[in-house]
Design a protein around this ligand. Structure first.
Ligand SMILES: [Zn+2]
Length: 291
């Protein structure tokens, strides 16, 4: 298959009450692990790419690896810019071949966030690319973004309605008490905020900072209106721990494939557990038939 926008998968996820996983890719091994398991589980999947990863891999490699993954797949795969910082970056990604983008205007005023998001939606939709935006500010650190705990702002239902009325977006990331990165203390998800917004607007909602949230809280969030969950840190930790262990216990490793394969297998295991937790396995037929 070719890369697809994420709108059909999210509409189906909202209807059938499961969450489509977004797993961030940083290299070939992450991409292979994520796409191989998603195919085995027959799950739709969103490959998230942050701006630092575009710098790390180079745009041509990002596009080539994602297209190679889609070509050999029978599942819907979206290539999605994670936390796009500006209209210009979004346009570069769309021109290069991304099938979906996030514009993160949460650092701006509410009005400027709406205007920027609307501009991106108009440009992206004209070429069939889906758009995610962010309302409120999600705490923690991810890539080049850092938000202090005290600066976290949770959105109101009224703001969500106004945002939705002015932007015809495909997915809305809402700040609901989760944070990027790993938690020092257990996070408290504001289920009341999710419910209020899910009951106010029809747009599928996105949970960022899902790493380290207890499984039962994830399932409850899906049941009350979350249709996409981003996973990044847990895959990074799984890969790093597995690689560290094999290198520390084998002084004479020279062939890098020996530890890269072990890291890739660790990511596969994590991806499988998330797909099953989010109930996105065996959902691809409904999405493809609905098109
Ligand atoms: Zn995020």
């Amino acid at each position: 298959m070719t890369l697809v926008s994420m709108s059909e998968m999210l509409v189906n996820a909202k209807k059938e009450k499961y969450a489509v996983p977004q797993f961030n890719i940083i290299n070939m091994e992450f991409t292979q692990a994520i796409v191989e398991v998603s195919n085995e589980e027959n799950s739709p999947v969103i490959l998230g790419v942050g701006e630092p990863t575009i710098k790390y891999m180079g745009m041509d490699y990002v596009i080539a690896i994602a297209n190679a993954a889609a070509k050999n797949s029978s599942i819907p795969i979206a290539l999605h810019l994670d936390h796009g910082s500006s209209f210009e970056v979004v346009m570069q990604c769309i021109k290069a071949g991304f099938s979906s983008v996030m514009i993160d205007g949460s650092k701006y005023s509410f009005e400027k966030n709406i205007a920027l998001t609307n501009k991106v939606v108009e440009a992206a939709h004209s070429v069939g690319v889906s758009v995610e935006a962010e309302l409120g500010t999600i705490g923690g650190a991810e890539d080049n973004i850092y938000v202090n705990e005290n600066d976290v702002i949770l959105p109101s239902a009224e703001e969500a309605i106004e945002f939705w009325n002015h932007t015809n977006l495909d997915a809305l990331a809402v700040a609901v008490g989760t944070a990027h990165g790993m938690y020092k203390i257990e996070p408290k998800i504001r289920f009341d905020v999710i419910s209020k917004i899910a009951n106010s607007i029809p747009v599928p909602l996105v949970l960022h900072g899902g790493s380290g949230v207890p499984d039962q809280d994830i399932q409850k969030a899906i049941a009350i209106g979350i249709s996409k969950i981003n996973v990044n840190t847990e895959n990074q930790v799984a890969f790093s721990n597995a690689v560290r262990q094999i290198i520390n216990s084998n002084d004479d490793i020279q062939d890098s494939r020996l530890f890269l394969r072990v890291g890739r297998d660790a990511v596969k295991e994590m991806v499988r557990s998330k797909i099953r937790l989010f109930s996105s396995a065996n959902k691809t037929d409904a999405i493809i038939l609905n098109k």
